[in-house]
Every structure is written in C-alpha cells, then in structure tokens.
Write a protein of this length. Sequence first.
Length: 418
Amino acid sequence: MTQRNTDNSNGGGIRLVAQQYVLPFILITSLFCLWGGARAILDVLNKHYQLILHVSKTQSALIQAVVYMAYFLGAVPAGMLIRRMGTRVGVITGLVLFAVGSFMFMPAVSFSVFEYILAPLFVIGCGLVLLETAANPYVTLLGDPRTSAGRLNIAQSFNGLGCVAGALLGGLFFFGGDGGGQEAAASIAVPYTVLAVMMLVVAACFAFIKLPEVILEEPHREEGAADGGGRRLGFAFFFGFAALICYEISEISINTFFINFMTDDGFMTPTQATVALSMGGLLLFMAGRVVGGLLMSRISTERIFLACAVGTVLMVLLAMLPLGVLSKMALIVCYVFESIMFPTIFALSIRGLGGRDTETASSILMMSVVGGAIGPLAMGWVGDNCGMRAALGVPLATFAVVLAYAVFVRFRRNKVER
C-alpha cells in the first residue's frame, strides 16, 4: 500500500487521517497509551527509591538513565529490524521484550539492592525503543504530509493519557501507605507484572492483525523546495535532532524531579505531589497535545511550535524564582507548552525526506532519547549540591535550544512563503 495522500480537504481544512488508514491509526495509537503508562511509573519510582533505599537524587536518576540509554543503543538496530521485517514484527518484538523485562523484577527485588533494579529496566527500555521506532514514523505516513505533525500529536495525546494513569496509580500504590519499609522494595514487582501480562495480551492481538505496510516512495517536489526532489539529511535535520535531544533532557528531567520539587520544601507530601503530577501536569500535557494537534490543521505548525517554545522558557524561569505557590503552578503549566514538542520536532525534522532517508532519519531521531539519560543525572547532581530550584537551570538551558530551533523553522517557512 503506497502513500498517496495529497489534499484530502474537509470543510476548508485538511483531513488528519486518510480514510483508508483510520483502523491502523487506532491500533497503533493504542500503543502510545501503553508505553506512556510504563514511562510514567519511572517518575514515581525515582522518589520511591529515595525514600526506601535512601539513595541520593543523582543515584535515583539512574532509573531514567538506564532506560533511555537503552533507547540510544537500540534505536538503530530497531530501525534495521523494522525495515527488514515490517512494522507489525517490530511492534510484537517490542511488546515481548517489555514483558520479559517486567517479569525480571520478580527475582530482582528479592535482593533489595538498588543496582539490581537496573537490569530489568534496561530490557524494558529496549522494548520501548522498538515500539516507538515503529509507531512514530508510521503515524506520520497515515495521511496528508502537511498534517503529519498534527496526526502525531493526536496519537501522542494517548501517550499522555497513559502517563496520567501510570503516574496516578503508581503514586497511590507506592505512597498510599507510609511509603517505606522493606516490603515496599518488593512491591515494585506487582505493577510491572500486571503491565507484562497486558503487553503479552496486546502482542497476541497484533499477531493476528495485519497492518498495511505504507511504502515510502521517493517524494514529489516538496512545496517551496529549490530542487526537484525531497530534501536529504542536512543542517535542518541535524538541528532538529539536537533540539530533540535538548527537549528530552528538559522533559525527562522535570518529570524525574517534579515530586522532589514539590516536596523538598514541605509544600506537598509525596502522595499530593503525585496527584499534582498526574492530574495537573500530565493531564495538561495530554490536553495540550489534543488541542495542539487539532489546531495544526488550521494554523501553521511552525507558529504553534514557536509560541509553545517561548512558553516553556518563561514557565521554567518563573518556577526558579522564590514566588511560593506561583513557582509551583508555573512548573505545572509548563507541561501545556512542552506537550506538542516531541511529535512536532520529529515531524518537522523528517518532513520532505523520502524513501530510505525517512527510515534512516527516524532511527537517528529515536537516538535523541539519550537526553533522558543525560538530563536527570545532571539535574540530580545540581539538586544534591545546590537545591531543586537551581537544578531547574538544566531544563531552562535546553528549552532555550528548542526555542532557537523553533525560531529557525519559523524563519525558514517565512522564507519559503515569500
């Protein structure tokens, strides 16, 4: 099945999903919800292990670092597997790997030593990178190229739904009692065993469902392009790649230490901070992706992206100031502005690429998630030595790079339109 989605107009707008791809879009979108929940639990585990094993913020950041290092190491092999075997095999393999890693928690937690937890997390990260490498570029191809960012934002909004559920249920599970005790160390096996069973059920479903393989044709002349074909990997792509790394540093750092930021000065308890994360920040994150995705069929993606990039920088600056509850609210509101960034940067970076360039670029872009390994370690170190308010300087600096990329793509669009 080839991609020939041109101008599916709908009441003056552009159809987000081509009619023949609605069912595949729904099936793939369900995966976004699953891995969103799996990643959100990590943010709760960070504080959980600080409490029960008395590790530092820098040590607890290894939870995220190990998972996202698996993304970095596994992105290119995942892309090679998907190119050779297809999207469905990539999805099933990712789900099975996730289940295997989750079941590994059962023997690991019996040691009650922090380092033993890292091995199953690495395997889970390998499963997640397969799922995301398969799903993200696939979603961008299920409709008109001009609405690829909006389509990916809608799919990613279900990632937000999974994040809300994962953080809320994980927080209530781990912090619902006294949040400590030796038995709490073993409790981590319970939610991951449930997730493992869910992943195996979904893998069985995909084994019997045939997804249409969208063939990547060499593109027609991109609108406004100077040459006769699609653009190839160049400065614009690698600037987008750098922006994605910086976005991952910002997003994962804030998620990792959100509970610390809310609790270290006694403003909230861990349970209250978990509810603020799930029902405040992550719920706004999900809503932002839905609204942003819908707006992108009416307003240029570049304009929305620039406004959101400015918003993230301003909100983090406010959060760093000693403004009491206003600082806390600013960090929560930051989730609205950052919500559209990953799918938008991803879609803008591969827009206009063709054939194998798209596949290669998608694998490279998934390596950007290594920022999720770098950011928490850096922010944890600053937090241990200078406090959580100063530690927000890490996501502030990297959001500034994202803002620079937003200015670049907006300027480039203006140049093309002229």
